[in-house]
Ligand binder design. Sequence first.
Ligand code: HEM
Length: 535
Amino acid sequence: MADPADRADPKQEQMDLRRVSPEGTKLTTDQGIRVDDTDNSLSVGERGPSLLEDFHLREKITHFDHERIPERVVHARGAGAYGEFTLHESLAEYTTAEFLTDTSLTTPVFVRFSTVAGSRGSADTVRDVRGFATKFYTRQGNFDLVGNNMPVFFIQDGIKFPDFVHAVKPEPMSEIPQASSAHDTLWDFVQLQPETMHMMMWLMSDRALPRSFAMMQGFGVHTFRLVNAEGRPTFVKFHWKPKLGTHSLAWDESQKIAGKNPDFGRADLWERIESGAFPEYEFGVQLVPAEDEHRFDFDLLDPTKIIPEEDVPVRPVGTLVLNRNPGNFFAETEQVAFHLGNVVPGIDFSNDPLLQARLFSYLDTQLIRLGGPNFPQIPVNRPVAPVHNHHRDGYHQMEVHQAQAAYHKNSLSGGCPAVGGEGSFTHYQERVEGNKIRKRSESFADHYSQATLFWNSMADWEKEHIVGAFRFELGKCDHMHIREGVVGHLNHVDHDLAVRVAEGIGVSPPEAAATPNHGRSSPALSQANSAADSV
Ligand code: HEM
C-alpha cells in the first residue's frame, strides 16, 4: 500500500496547518515574549519570597492548572487513529451520500476505540463493551458512525441511559470500580430491566474481551435510513468486519494483561500502525426495503435486536484502513467529538427511541466537555467541507468573521450564504401521527428470544466461558435476591444455562424451564416467538 503521506489527503492537509513543532524555536510566553530563564522564579534575593510580578511563573502555572478537561461521561478511555475509507460497490440505488455512491473517492476518517465504563486511566482489557466511533470527513460534511463492537444495546429507550450508566459505574460512596458493591448495582439494574438480557449474553461472552481493536467487529446498532435520489427510503444497519478476523482474549489472559500492561489495547493499535501492519475492516450494510418494516418477529426500531444475517445478509461494500497515528493524543483523540446527529444527505434516522435520545445527548455533553459551542472548529472536528453560517462569537471562537450582517436574510455588503439547492440535506418526509404517550409498543416486549438464539449459536466451549463469566460476575453480587432474579431471567433464555449459573453461585437451580411466552402478550408475536424457539 502506498504511504498515506504520499497521497493527497484533505484532512491531513488541514491538520498540517495546525501542527506545531518545537524544532529550531525559542521559548516564549503565550504573548510571544522570549523567556530568559524557566527554572527559577523571580524572587527577592537568592533565598527570598517569589514576586507576583513574575508573569512567566504565573502564566506557566496557570496554564498547567487548567490543562485538564472533563473526561467523557462514558467511553472515557480510548485510543484513536486516522485512516481512509474506500468504496467498492456503489449504493446509488439506495442513497445520495456521495461517499457511499462514488467508488472513485477516498474518504479520510478518524476512528476512536474505547471501553465504556472505566475512567480515563483504567485498563484496556477489562470485560466491557468497546466503542467503535468513526468520523468520515466527506465532501458533503462530516458523517459520524458512533457504534460499538456488539450489535445490540442494554436498553430500548435513551431515557433509561442515566439510570443504566449510574448502575454500571462505581457506587458513589466508594468509587471502587470492581468492588463487590459495584456488581450489586449492575445486576440489580439487570434483574429489574429484562430488556438487558440479550446484551448481557454478549457482555458475558468472549466478545467483551477483544484481543485487539484490529480484531473486533463494529456495529452501528440502530436501524438507520438511506434515502435515494427519488426520495425512496431503505432501512439499513451498518457493520464493520475486521480483516484479521474476530478474536478474543481468554478471561485469565485478560486479567493478567490488565495488571501487567493496562495500556495493552492502545499500545497494540499504535504499534500496528507504526509498523505498517494497518488494521483493516470491511464495511457492510444490511438493507431492508421500507415496505418490509413489519415483516420481522421483532421491531426494527428495537436496539436490543439484531436482524439475523440468515434473513438479511450483510453486503460488503467498502474498506476502512487505519494508517496514521495521531500527532497529539489530547488534541486529536481526547478532543474529537462524535455525534450521531452528524449525517450527510442520503442518510437519515429512524424512530428508534434509543437513537432519538442519543441525538440530544452527544452535542449536549460536548458543549460542557469541550467548553462551549465552537468545538466543531477544533482541528480534528473540522469538516473538510467548507463551513459558512451565521453562528457567531462564544467561547474559543477561532474565526474572524467578516461582513456587516450575521443574519438570514440580509442584503448588506459581505453577502449571505445561499440556502437550499442541490446537495443540501433534506429530512426524509416520514408520515407520523399518534397521541402523545409514554408507552412502548408491544412489539418491543420480547426480551428473551434473541438472547436464546445467541446462546444456541455458541459452541460448547463458548457456552462454558459464558457460564463462567456469569458465575464470576454475578457471584460477586452480595444480595441473594438479585442473584435469584437474574437466574430467573436466564431461565427464560435457556434452562440449562440458568441451572449451570445457579449451581455456581449458591442459588437453587430452577426446576423447570420457564414458559416460552418470553414476556409477550400479543398472539401474533407469540406465534412468531414459538417459530423462533423451534429454530
Ligand atoms: C460516548 C456508542 C448509547 C451518550 C459514546 C462513544 C461511543 C458510543 C462509541 C464514544 C465516542 C468517542 O469515542 O468519543 C454508543 C452506542 C450506543 C450508545 C453504540 C447505543 C446503541 C448512548 C445513549 C446515550 C449515550 C443512549 C445517552 C442518551 C453518550 C455520551 C457519550 C457517549 C454522553 C460521551 C460523548 C463525549 O463526551 O464526547 N457512545 N452509545 N450513548 N455516549 Fe454513547
